[in-house]
Structures are given as structure tokens and as C-alpha cells.
Design a protein around this ligand. Structure first.
Ligand code: RIB
Ligand code: CA
Length: 312
């Protein structure tokens, strides 16, 4: 059983990912840690509560950091909508966030059950970096850390061209997290933007899911239609890319990974085109110990099946 803590900035694909994880028989989502990212923290907290209500599960939501450690980069409201869930007016009906800060909740849970939790980061890494500053032993108190982030050969999705959003949104936080895992002699599992691009969801499959008449499928359709329209209009591609759902697939079913490589990943902190980069030491004759297991290929059909299973 994967006991999951999901750090998230919902976010259309965050919503898709949480549907997947809360439906998987081998996973139990035990907390959502909201962070500012795609949209502001007020919206990401509200969206996390909305998503929990759709799942019908009793999952606590903790509000975390509203802003990056050092400076604001950009948000992703152009894709996710101003409210983060497609601007269709979804709000939580009754649930409220816990009073404990997300970073403190993460440390409490990790210390209460050392080695038990898999932390899945599908937003900027600010909450986790703050937790690491409070307890540098965190890497040794988690079973796994799966990160959706980065662009391992520089094919980014942000204004600096080479960086992926979650890293670009808070490069200093990413630096703290990646270096902390390396110093602890551990590797985080990295699901980057480029493996996401290689595993898109074709429109034909989406439209079959949109026709499913269940509460989860209706919610999935409501928040995903805008993403399909965006990709068609701006990328001229008849598909969507569900980065966060891919990361949760790796978290709940590690066997869906077909190829992963252990490398050291450094984080660019300055420079017009370098800030937020995930700079990988691809040379194999170098002594730099790896801090990441980079997912290069997954079983695409299995990934799609896991997404569909989240809609019943
Ligand atoms: O680059 C993809 C990541 O940023 C995902 O977490 C998605 O939510 C986007 O905001
Ligand atoms: Ca996200």
C-alpha cells in the first residue's frame, strides 16, 4: 500500500492526478498540501477542497506557502483558468482547510510514521523546501519522493524556454530539495515535462472518458475540456498532456516505469534562459553521485488505464 502525501497546486492536471490516486487499490491519499503555483494559494486550497469533495474521501487539506522562497516567476492561469480549475465556478460545498501549515503537517506525519509515506510533489517545491529547513532529516523519514518537474534536455514549457513550470516557479526551493536528497544519499523519482510529452492523452480517448456518466467523469470533463481546447488552439495537437497524473501513476504503480536513469540534477538559479533549468550530468564517467532517478519511459497504455480507472 502506498500511503500518499500529495503536495499540489490544483490545477487541472493536479485534479486529474488526485482522481487517479484516490481510485487506485494500492494507494491511500492521506493528505493534500496546497501550495501557490498555477494560481494563488487561496484558489489552490479551495480547489484541493473541491477535488476532495468530488472523491467523497475524508482527506485533510493543509494550506502551505503562498509565494516562492525568493522571487515570483510566473503563474499558469492562462492554461488552468484564473481560478485554477477552468473558471467554471467550482467551489467546495462544506470542507475547510486544516489550521496547521502544510510544511508542519508534512514534518508531523513523517515523524509519526518514519519511512511510511510516499511524498508526491506536483507543484512548486516551496512547502517541501521549508520543511527541509526545519528538519534536514526529512529525506530519511520518507519512503519515496516523486517529483513532477523539470525538462531534462531543456525542452521547457515556460517563458525562459528551457525550464518546466514547477521548477521555474521556485528554483531556490527546487535547489534545496534536489541537493538535500543528494546529500542524504537518496534519489528522488523525477517525472519531467519531456516524458509527459511522450505520453499524451489523445482526444479520441478523452472524448470516450467525457461520455462516461459518473460524478468523477463529469468533473473530469468539466475541468479538462478547456485544456483540450487550449492544446488544439495553441499547440495544434489533438491531445492533452497530464504531467501530474503521470507522476501519480509512477507513485501508485512503480512497475509502470519501463526505463529510468540515475543522474545528478542541478537547478539553474540565474540567467535569462538558465533560471529554473534542470541541468543533468548526462556524462557517465563523472563522479557526481546521482540525486534523481529520471523516468525516461513508461507503459503508456497502463498510464491511460490508471487515468480511466479514476473516473468510475
Ligand atoms: O509543467 C507541468 C506542471 O506545471 C504541472 O504540475 C501542472 O500543474 C503545471 O502547472
Ligand atoms: Ca501541478
Amino acid at each position: 500500500m502506498e500511503r500518499l502525501i500529495i503536495d499540489t497546486d490544483p490545477g487541472v492536471d493536479d485534479a486529474q492526478a488526485i482522481l487517479l490516486a484516490t481510485a487506485h487499490p494500492n494507494a491511500k491519499v492521506e493528505a493534500l498540501l496546497a501550495v501557490g503555483g498555477n494560481v494563488g494559494l487561496d484558489h489552490t486550497v479551495r480547489n484541493a477542497l473541491t477535488i476532495v469533495e468530488v472523491t467523497g474521501q475524508d482527506i485533510p487539506v493543509y494550506a502551505g506557502c503562498a509565494y516562492p522562497l525568493v522571487m515570483f516567476g510566473e503563474d499558469a492561469s492562462h492554461f488552468h483558468g484564473h481560478d485554477g480549475l477552468g473558471d467554471i465556478g467550482l467551489v467546495p460545498k462544506v470542507r475547510q482547510a486544516e489550521s496547521e501549515h502544510a510544511s508542519l503537517a508534512l514534518l508531523r506525519m513523517a515523524n509519526d510514521a518514519p519511512g511510511e509515506y510516499t511524498l508526491v510533489a506536483i507543484g512548486p517545491l516551496t512547502n517541501i523546501a521549508v520543511a527541509l529547513k526545519l528538519d534536514p532529516e526529512l529525506p530519511n523519514k520518507l519512503k519515496r519522493l516523486v517529483v513532477m518537474g523539470g525538462a531534462v534536455t531543456g525542452r521547457g514549457n515556460t517563458s525562459n524556454r528551457t525550464a518546466e513550470f514547477n521548477i521555474f516557479a521556485d528554483p531556490e526551493a527546487a535547489h534545496v530539495v534536489f541537493e538535500s536528497w543528494g546529500k542524504a544519499g537518496k534519489m528522488l523519482e523525477l517525472v519531467d515535462w519531456e516524458v509527459t510529452l511522450r505520453n499524451g492523452i489523445p482526444a479520441a480517448l478523452l472524448e470516450r472518458w467525457f461520455d462516461m456518466d459518473t460524478p468523477r467523469a463529469r468533473f473530469f470533463k468539466a475541468v479538462s475540456e478547456g485544456a483540450l481546447a487550449f492544446t488544439r488552439k495553441y499547440y495544434h495537437q489533438d491531445m492533452i498532456w497530464a504531467a501530474d497524473a503521470l507522476a501519480l501513476s509512477v507513485a501508485v504503480e512503480p512497475d509502470c516505469v519501463r526505463e529510468a536513469v540515475a543522474r545528478h540534477v542541478g537547478i539553474g538559479l540565474e540567467g535569462r534562459y538558465e533560471r529554473g533549468q534542470t541541468a543533468v550530468e548526462w556524462r557517465t564517467n563523472r563522479p557526481t553521485p546521482p540525486n534523481a532517478s529520471i523516468v525516461m519511459e513508461v507503459d503508456t497504455d497502463r498510464f491511460h488505464a490508471l487515468m480511466e480507472a479514476g473516473l468510475y
